[in-house]
Design a protein around this ligand. Structure first.
Ligand code: C6P
Length: 416
């Protein structure tokens, strides 16, 4: 057994893992920080911070351009990170990995390029009722521009999106299905493998918004057979300002570029320009060079820790926290799908989510409160907002206890 293998079967040592995240050691408002907002953005391990610092200190230059040592090194490093993303998603080719600014930009890229080029008036796009605004608004813009129809699969009371409802809304006119892999509000894991199979049978392409999925589970785009997959690095313990779009080679090859500029061209004249091959065709302008090194380090970090072990740890926290929260009077949890990620959205009869967040903040506990960029989902559940606690690989049961103690304080202050 190698050392790495021995480490994988060793117990999950959350205290040792927490030591990898410098920010977790800082107090907030004189109390230990309890960070329960990983769904909004994850904290960064030292290896990610170091990887970015090393680029600037040791090998910084622009990439894909220079014919000198530093530029070659920086380019090599950048492309190595792209291959790490390829391995992480199990994509067939590294040129199927397009570097963007965020999951949001990745989805907009597909809407602006694939959507404009291949959808015709009357064609249907199918999304679900639990989507983040990033996976609603780009399709609305496209719908209005191209006279398309946007259909929405309803969400069940427990937060699931049923295959039956999905099948009912698929039609021969459905050209594109765009779904969250995991809901950022309810934690619901959608049955995407079956949905993709059904969508393909109907002749539609499928984009998965994996912003919340890559954090909690291993994703294999070939096994899923999705056509596009989008995520952001910052939720995956990596840097801000960088995201990924996976797309099948034949689709990306057929799609026109959606931004013009440096790096994405083969030739330019005033009469006409021609495009660079993949992936450069979709990567106009100077890349996020240091951030890509940080993303590579983040992928190494979670892979070394083991996505399955992380998932087991988070599921333990989810079960523990669900049990504890349901013991609080007047607390209603939104989302109880049997297959769900470690995200807990809730409301209290007596206090607005913003008040809950503020009282918790006084004790150094960070949760998110609001509509979570999912206003139609709030409407579906008849609430203007929820409080949301979400767990990452560094959280522990003591932090759940702190949350429950904080919520008990809210109940004392606002009444039950
Ligand atoms: N959700 C949350 O607190 P960007 O901003 O591009 O990195 O990610 C957008 C996005 C897309 N899809 C899903 C499912 C998401 O959860 C998010 C971001 C954060 O829930 C910020 S609103």
């Amino acid at each position: 057994m190698t050392l790495a293998m021995a480490d994988k079967v060793a117990p999950y040592d959350v205290e040792r893992i927490r030591a990898d995240f410098p920010i977790l050691a800082r107090p907030v408002r004189g109390r230990p920080l309890v960070y329960l907002d990983t769904t909004a953005s994850a904290q960064k391990p030292s290896v990610v911070i170091e990887a970015e610092r090393r680029v600037y200190e040791e090998e910084y230059a622009n990439i894909h351009r220079g014919l000198y040592y530093l530029s070659e090194k920086a380019t090599e490093h950048y492309e190595r990170s792209r291959r790490k993303v390829q391995a992480f998603l199990n994509a067939r080719h590294s040129h199927e990995i397009i570097v963007t600014r965020s999951a949001t930009e990745s989805i907009n890229l597909v809407a602006a390029s694939y959507g404009r080029a291949f959808l015709q008036p009357g064609d249907e796009i199918l999304i679900s009722g639990l989507e983040h605004h990033s996976n609603i608004v780009p399709w609305q813009i496209l719908r209005d521009e191209k006279d398309l129809v946007l259909k929405v699969v309803p969400v069940e009371d427990d937060g699931q999106v049923s295959l039956e409802a999905f099948s009912r809304l698929l039609s021969p006119k459905t050209r594109l299905v765009a779904l969250a892999h995991v809901s950022n509000v309810l934690g619901t894991v959608l049955p995407v493998a079956d949905m993709i199979r059904l969508a393909h049978q109907a002749g539609a392409k499928v984009l998965l918004d994996g912003a919340q999925a890559v954090v909690h589970m291993a994703v294999d785009v070939q096994a899923l057979d999705c056509d596009f997959y989008a995520f952001s690095a910052h939720k995956l313990y990596g840097p801000t300002g960088i995201g990924i779009l996976y797309g099948k080679e034949e689709l990306l090859n057929a799609m026109p570029p959606y931004q013009g500029g440096g790096d994405m061209i083969r030739t330019v004249s005033f009469a006409k320009s021609t495009w660079a091959p993949l992936p450069a065709k979709f990567e106009a302008g100077t890349a996020a060079i240091a951030q890509m090194a940080g993303l590579g380090a983040a992928l190494d970090y979670v892979t070394e820790l083991g996505l399955e072990r992380i998932a087991r740890h988070e599921q333990d926290l989810l079960a523990y926290a669900t049990h504890q929260l349901l013991g609080l009077k007047g607390l209603r949890l939104l989302g109880s799908a049997p297959h769900k990620a470690a995200v807990l959205s809730f409301v209290l009869d007596s206090a607005h989510p913003h008040d809950i967040a503020q009282v918790l903040d006084n004790d150094g506990i960070a949760i998110r409160a609001g509509h979570h960029c999912a206003q139609p989902l709030m409407e579906r559940f008849g609430v203007p907002a929820t409080a949301r606690a979400s767990f990452g690989l560094y959280n522990h049961r003591g932090e759940v206890d702190a949350l429950v103690a904080g919520l008990s304080k809210v109940l004392e202050l606002f009444g039950e």
